[in-house]
Design a protein around this ligand. Sequence first.
Ligand code: PMP
Ligand code: GLU
Length: 389
Amino acid sequence: MLTNRINTLSESITIAITTLAQELKAEGKDILSFSAGEPDFGTPQVIKDAAIKAINEDFTKYTAVDGIPELKKAVADKLKRDNGLIYAPNQIIVNNGAKHSLFNLFSATIDKGDEVIIPSPYWVTYPELVKYCGGTVVEIETHDYSAFKITPEQLKDAITPKTKMLVLTTPSNPTGSIYSKEELVAIAKVLEGTDIIVASDEMYEKLIYDGTFTSAAAVSDDMFKRTVTINGLSKSVAMTGWRFGYMAAYDSELIKATKKLQSQSTSNINSITQRAAIPGLDGSADADIEMMRVQFKVRRDEAVELFNAIDGLSVLKPDGAFYLFVNIKEISNDSLKFAKDLLAQKEVAVVPGIGFGSEGYFRFSFATDIKSIRTGIKRIEEFVKELKA
Ligand code: PMP
Ligand code: GLU
């Protein structure tokens, strides 16, 4: 009954583990979950107020498929102010979360046989969507010793005449690595003279603890023309459930194509979310964003220290996002079994590295309160000790 296309698609492992942890918790188990990629903070009041106002004004009807003009303007203004990128309204589309932006982008650009270069560890969704669209995933493996970043040489070696796209995630989920401006310039040089599209996923842009963030599209005119910038508000202003994301591209024909797809699939995103997203973009929620960033940084620093004090585990201090990608290679090369046993024996949920294409790691989200982080790491320490004994 089902298509081959759907049969080859795997469920999102991050969502699957988070849901399992929630179910076990509901059964009364003392589960500590570090699997979810979402802030533990509430959505800022200014955003909630805008939503309430929209409801009270009956702003509850269909809207333009690609987003209401004032929202698209807020996106354009944000991209100009924060990223130095100038886009016109027809170069921007608003989607049901950045995941939807990626789905639309891949659907509009990837044909059977097209190769898409994805650095690993990668966010779980990219390879699945590429395969779903008939594309071939070409992984570039990265390591702790290169801070989980690809080198220009690795990129050069991965490019073939079939390469259609390179996916970049900066800051990265699951490693938190950020590409510096110089590193992006070096990548841009390799791409010069090709038709390769860069999909730059900048979801964690506002969560920077060390270093500075540069948009891939901002490093040169050539990069601006080939890059599709993907972003949203799920992480920066804790709006995961509201479903708002967007993409911006120099090529307005590409945006038009995704709009066509959206018009025949989901139509506009939730009208109330559209009004609520505006204060998330225009600076009105900046104090909330900074409050959360500072909290995340405190948690990152303590969690990194605690993990690195555990015999058999090691972790790089991530520059951004809210994940630690913990190396367990000394004790296990089966991250799925590690994560399953940890959940069963110590009631701690983490995501196995294999879900991100890297065996010998687990992802630990520190978007959780500090007390749970301390208790959770203690339980992981006991688990590791017992494994080693
Ligand atoms: N990109 C990255 C790197 C992510 O971690 C996520 C996870 N939520 C998304 C995109 C999608 O976010 P959303 O669909 O909630 O906007
Ligand atoms: N992106 C988040 C994560 O990596 C949310 C889950 C998902 O969308 O897969 O955990």
